[in-house]
Design a protein around this ligand. Structure first.
Ligand code: 76R
Length: 249
C-alpha cells in the first residue's frame, strides 16, 4: 500500500499568465499608457525591495507562442500575501487591459524521499534557500503543472513507499545531470489547484528544457506515472524590457 512521505513546504507561488488587450491598449493616449507603465513599475520596485530583504521573489517573463503574452511568478511566505499582491495589481490602470490566461497556486516543496536523517530547514541554510527561492537571473523559463497517474497498476498513490523512493532516486539522478544548466523549482499543489505539482525550470538556454524533459520521459517515474498540463516557455524581462514590449520608452 502507498503511504505518504513528509514534505517540506516553503513559500507560496503564484504563476500568473496574461495577455494584453492590445486594441484597447493602443487606443489609449500615449500619456495614459506611459502613466500606466510607470505605475506598474513602481509596484514592481516595491516587490524588488521585498526580494532584497528575502521576503519574497518575483520574475517577469515574455511568453513564446500565443498561449499568453506574459508570465509573472510571485513567491511569498504566505497565501495572504499572494492575495494582497493580487489586490495591489488590481488597483493599477494596467490591470484593466490584462486578460488572465492561466493562473496557478502552489507551495514550494521538497519531497523527503532522498533525504538523509531528519531534515530541518530551521537549522539548514541550504534547505531554507531551496524552500524560499529567489528566482535566479536566468534568461529562459519553462512552467507546467503535472500530476502523478492513478490508473490500474500505475497508481502512484498505491505504490509502496520504498518503490517510490527508488523511482525518485532514479528521477533525481537524471535531473542531476542537468543541474549545471537547469534550476528546478518543484511546488506542490494538492488541495490548492487542479494539478498536483507545478514545475518551474530556469536556464540560460531554453534548449536545456527540451533535453532534460525528453530524457526524463524515459525515466520510469515519468514514463509510468507522469501526466502533464499545459507548457509555457518564455524569457526573462526586467522593467525596461517589459516597458519596451508595451511600446513605451
Ligand atoms: O530535491 C531534490 O533535488 C532531490 C531529488 C528530487 C526529488 C525528490 C528531484 C530532482 N525531483 C524530486 C521530486 Mn524533480 N522534476 C520534476 C520534473 O517532466 C517531467 O517528467 C517531470 C517534471 C522535472 C523536469 C524535474 C527535474 N520532481 C519531484 C517531484 C515530487 C514527487 C513526489 O513527491 O511524489 C515531482 C513532481 C518532480 C518533477 N528533479 C530533480 C528535476 C531535476 C533537474 C532534479 C535534479 C536537481 C539537482 O540535482 O540539481
Amino acid at each position: 500500500m502507498g503511504e505518504p512521505i513528509e514534505t517540506l513546504d516553503g513559500w507560496f507561488v503564484w504563476h500568473q499568465l496574461t495577455t494584453v488587450d492590445w486594441p484597447t491598449w493602443w487606443g489609449w493616449a500615449p500619456a495614459d499608457r506611459a502613466a500606466a507603465l510607470a505605475e506598474r513599475v513602481t509596484l514592481w520596485e516595491t516587490w524588488a525591495a521585498l526580494e532584497a530583504n528575502h521576503l519574497g521573489s518575483v520574475g517577469m517573463y515574455a511568453v513564446a507562442g500565443e498561449r499568453a503574452d506574459f508570465m509573472a511568478i510571485y513567491l511569498r511566505p504566505t497565501l495572504d500575501e499572494l492575495i494582497d499582491l493580487k489586490a495591489s495589481l488590481q488597483t493599477t490602470k494596467f490591470y484593466t487591459v490584462e486578460r488572465a490566461q492561466y493562473s496557478y497556486i502552489s507551495v514550494v516543496e521538497l519531497a523527503t524521499y532522498v533525504a538523509k536523517g531528519n531534515p530541518d530547514p530551521e537549522n539548514n541554510a541550504e534547505l531554507r534557500a531551496r524552500l524560499r527561492p529567489i528566482l535566479p537571473d536566468r534568461h529562459a523559463v519553462c512552467f507546467y503543472p503535472m500530476s502523478k497517474r492513478r490508473q490500474g497498476d500505475d497508481n502512484w498513490y498505491m505504490t509502496d513507499r520504498a518503490v517510490r523512493a527508488h523511482l525518485m532516486r532514479g528521477h533525481g539522478a537524471v535531473g542531476h545531470k542537468y543541474s549545471q544548466h537547469v534550476t528546478q523549482i518543484i511546488s506542490g499543489s494538492q488541495g490548492l489547484d487542479d494539478w498536483e505539482w507545478g514545475v518551474t525550470l530556469l536556464a540560460d538556454d531554453p534548449i536545456w528544457f527540451k533535453k532534460l524533459v525528453y530524457e526524463m520521459r524515459f525515466d520510469e517515474a515519468s514514463a509510468r506515472f507522469a501526466e502533464f498540463g499545459p507548457f509555457y516557455v518564455g524569457t526573462r524581462l526586467d522593467p525596461p524590457g517589459w516597458i519596451r514590449r508595451l511600446g513605451g520608452r
